[in-house]
Design a protein around this ligand. Sequence first.
Ligand code: UD1
Length: 421
Amino acid sequence: MAKYIIRQSPALTGDVSISGSKNAVLPIMAAALLTDEACEITDVPALRDVDVMCGLLRGIGARVNERYGEKTLEIAAEKIASEEAPNELVKKMRASVLVMGPLLARAGRARVALPGGCAIGTRPIDLHLKGLRALGARIESENGYVVAVADGLRGANIYLDSPSVGATENIAMAAVLAKGTTVIENAAEEPEIVDMVNFLNKMGARIKGAGTDTIKIEGVERLCGAKHAVIPDRIETGTFMLAAAITRGSALIRNAVPDHVKPVTAKLRECGVDVRVSDDGLIVDARRGALTSTDIKTLPYPGFPTDIQSQFMAFLTTVRGSGVVIENVFENRYMHVNELNRMGANIKIEGRVAIVEGDCRLRGAEVFATDLRAGAALVLAGLYASGTTRISEIHHIERGYESFVEKLRGMGADIVRMEDG
Ligand code: UD1
């Protein structure tokens, strides 16, 4: 099994360019099922999760042409041959459930494996189903699958009990071809939702309010093909901001959208890191002054992202003082804590709260990535730790970071990928 071997690294310098957003491209790919015309998606990151979604779309009957060299995907779903998201794919990638809304709208039926428990909590899909039911779908479960059927969806008012990103996306994709108007209240406001809605509107959908908590969708008869460039990945951006900060380096992060990482910027500044916006991108400079701890609370956008919690925690172990981290979005998203503690961190967990002692002398260790962002946190800790850190189960990390090793090495990090290290 491949591993990352990381040695204590110098302060990172130079620049890095951020790839297209994983969490934006996945729903956009699913949305391409809503038309029989060809769609072209550009700024696509070459990631395992994108490969999984390509496989899923092909299984459904779409022609998918990957031109990763040009960061481009062409998707043409002329016919829907199967309305199924099989268990082996949903198990690999939970975002597979995003084909449910488009399949229901386009083919009147979707059969999707139920995502079971996963490393970051149980993660149910009840809100997706509540919304689809309100649009007129009949939903049954059989042998670990959810089957949704509808003969024509009708617009409805849907209040989400919590602003789920996936539920907002699935419901919006189903509602674009429904008869009449749908209003989603307490909708998720993430930039990835705005990007998906921009793509849908280019296809001919009539959606207003994306990026606010109320999204209004006027159903249309049909959608057409469209071309769309995916937004930069704000979680990758935050991860590189923290890579610069944890190594006390100074880096220019190109192709970042500063507005999308405001909470990370604000918290890094509280710790004493200088973050500036320039014409070329974000400059993160942690070379001067003693850095101190802060507290973070994860929340739906525009709050502090849960997907940056573990990386920020790794950073907090290295600064002066102690900080409190509260994970509000997912239960059980502290799988990295054991591994960080094995590297010499001093983090205590009580339910959703973690107390992170700073000033830790992290030491390299054999650790494993339990999930994507937990793995990224271990990489950051490995850059700071003395000695050598070996991270296994890196397939989790490669689900969501394009050319992670190459990008870090380009900034001076001492990290290599070993096939059976
Ligand atoms: C998306 C992101 C993921 C990010 C998360 C929160 C993608 C592909 N993934 O995941 O990286 O960490 O947003 O920002 O975009 N919930 C329910 N019922 C539901 C749906 C969700 O109770 O029907 C709960 C979940 O268990 C979780 C919370 O709501 O506790 C947030 O989940 P959600 O916003 O749906 O996350 P995802 O769309 O799965």
